[in-house]
Design a protein around this ligand. Structure first.
Ligand code: NAD
Ligand code: MG
Length: 388
């Protein structure tokens, strides 16, 4: 790749996607220069990363952390909170949004607004803000590429397909799902699972929120909504298939019966490198398959009765507007409550279902409205949690 060095801003640098992005950057100093960083907690790690990569623009969550960073990194510019994320997301050629949850919203919108490449791991912002992202995309060319492995696979399988008319040549998108730690469990078994069980993902090591989402299949539900928003394909042309080996990362079925798939061992550094390098492929291999060893790939339908989060997400997608924002906000509240031992695993999806029942269909046309929707959903979900 003989392209000029690209500057990179990494938001959520201390998390699972963040540290894997740093790994990719360490391998390709000739292609990328990290120029901006942010982290929510673990300030000492953030400072160590800034030192290693000689980054002089750093974002933190609050003034206390800002003082600590400023004291330890003389000469660095330190920015704080949401305003800080806005500054960071306008500061580089490529913005990797690896923040978790709705907190990623500002960076997603700012990077698109500033015409930067947005390498998006933070699915929650796209799910919640899909109508707003559509508005921006209708006004300008946006460079939005998905780090989420399923969507990155679909992005690759769609290469060369004409996006006109919502990809008329595409019959459906097939998102693969590992099935999570409870794939083989019945509704009854699921009444008594523990936090340790839910955090023990069979194929991926990820942050706690997405790991719990994977155990309820809410992650796959959010990914259906993410795919609809990214590719402009309605949820009813998106299917989910359980594939426990996590080797086929997703597929596209075309109208002539041909299905294209992307395969690799599960390693998020591959989709991260893809998003950083596009349109080139970086010459470092992550997760390549040796077909010398026996390889068994199996596929099965998801158990929709045991994992109702999936159909709930489809329902939110069909309602459109702010419904996905309500779903995602309520889910964040419920997952947080579960991680704090305030509700049982089997309470998570009922909290989201009942919160979504309270959504009155009010429109979503601005960031202000989105923040109001997010707040309302959180308030109702918190009340449901307290009542349990
Ligand atoms: P994580 O919890 O490991 O890391 C989250 C990062 O965001 C940390 O750096 C944290 O400090 C920061 N952060 C948390 N709250 C913040 C706030 N309020 N403001 C600013 N920064 C904040 O999470 P993760 O597993 O790396 O996931 C990040 C995103 O990527 C999520 O949206 C997740 O769904 C998505 N994703 C992750 C994976 C994976 O393999 N981990 C795969 C696909 C998609
Ligand atoms: Mg995924």
């Amino acid at each position: 790749m003989a392209a000029p060095v690209r500057s990179v801003a990494l938001l959520g640098a201390t998390g699972s996607i963040g540290t894997q992005t740093l790994d990719v950057l360490r391998r390709s100093p000739e292609h990328f220069k990290l120029v901006a960083l942010s982290g929510g907690t673990r300030t000492q790690e953030l400072i160590a990363i800034a030192r290693e990569f000689q980054v002089s623009l750093v974002g933190v969550l609050n003034e206390n952390d800002a003082q600590q960073v400023a004291a330890e990194l003389p000469g660095a510019e330190v920015v704080v909170g949401d305003d800080g994320l806005d500054v960071l997301a306008r500061s580089a050629d490529v913005v990797v949004n690896a923040v978790v949850g709705f907190a990623g919203l500002t960076a997603t919108l700012a990077a698109l607004d500033a015409g930067k490449r947005l390498a998006l791991a933070n699915k929650e912002s796209l799910v919640a803000a899909a109508p707003l992202v559509d508005q921006v995309r209708s006004q300008r060319e946006c460079d939005l590429v998905p780090i989420d492995s399923e969507h990155c696979a679909i992005h690759q399988c769609l290469a060369g397909a004409d996006p006109a008319g919502g990809y008329r040549s595409v019959k459906r998108l097939l998102l693969t799902a590992s099935g999570g730690p409870f794939r083989t469990k019945s509704v009854n078994d699921l009444q008594h699972v523990t936090k340790a069980d839910a955090l023990d993902h069979p194929t991926w090591a990820m942050g706690p929120k997405i790991t719990i989402d994977s155990s309820t299949l809410m992650n796959k539900g959010l990914e259906v909504l993410e795919a609809a928003a990214l590719f402009g394909i309605p949820v009813d042309r998106i299917d989910v298939v359980v594939h426990p080996q996590s080797i086929v990362h997703s597929m596209v079925e075309y109208v002539d019966g041909s299905t294209l798939a992307q395969l690799s061992h599960p390693d998020m550094r591959l989709p991260i490198a893809y998003c950083l390098g596009l349109p080139e492929r970086l010459d470092h291999s992550w997760g390549a398959i040796s077909f010398a060893d026996a390889l068994t790939l199996t596929f099965e339908p998801p158990n929709r009765e045991a994992f109702p989060a999936l159909d709930l997400a489809y329902e939110a997608g069909r309602r459109g507007g702010a419904a996905p924002a309500w779903l995602s906000a309520a889910n964040e509240v419920a997952v947080e409550a579960f991680l704090q031992d305030r509700i049982a695993w089997s309470d998570i999806v009922p909290v989201v279902t009942r919160t979504l029942d309270a959504f009155d269909g009010a429109p979503l046309t601005s960031v202000e409205e989105l923040r109001e929707h997010d707040g309302n959903s959180r308030r109702i979900a918190a009340k449901m949690v307290s009542s349990l």
